[in-house]
Design a protein around this ligand. Sequence first.
Ligand SMILES: [Zn+2]
Length: 156
Amino acid sequence: MQKMNVESFNLDHTKVAAPFVRLAGTKEGIRGDEIYKYDIRFKQPNKEHMKMPALHSLEHLMAENIRNHTDQVVDLSPMGCQTGFYLSVINHENYNEILEILEKTLQDVLKATEVPACNEVQCGWAASHSLEGAKEIASEMLAKKDEWRQIYKEEA
Ligand SMILES: [Zn+2]
């Protein structure tokens, strides 16, 4: 396969075993600051995906709550294929801590009584939300916490 510019275009999506948390790339700035980009994969590519309203609410909930656990978040955004999120952090290279932060953030989702900022002033498609759907995804992800470190399927 030809080498592509986008890191994930070079990833063989048939070989991964979701859910997982994968370091997808790093970037160093001219002053030595480092950005770490993680692929947080909730669903098995081309087998399952998150429904848009649930994914959207999960995005709002995670993006808001994760910043209570670290001030090093640059961005948390959903993938267009609806199977996961990208998390970018600055100067935070500890993978285990990232998993702990993710776990705490997903537990916040389970405790939520409303989706933050799901109104027409603060969101671009405020009608497309599902708190229950977001909680379902978070709970499934937490139940498989032991699998987060395993990125690829076991070789047969
Ligand atoms: Zn929104």
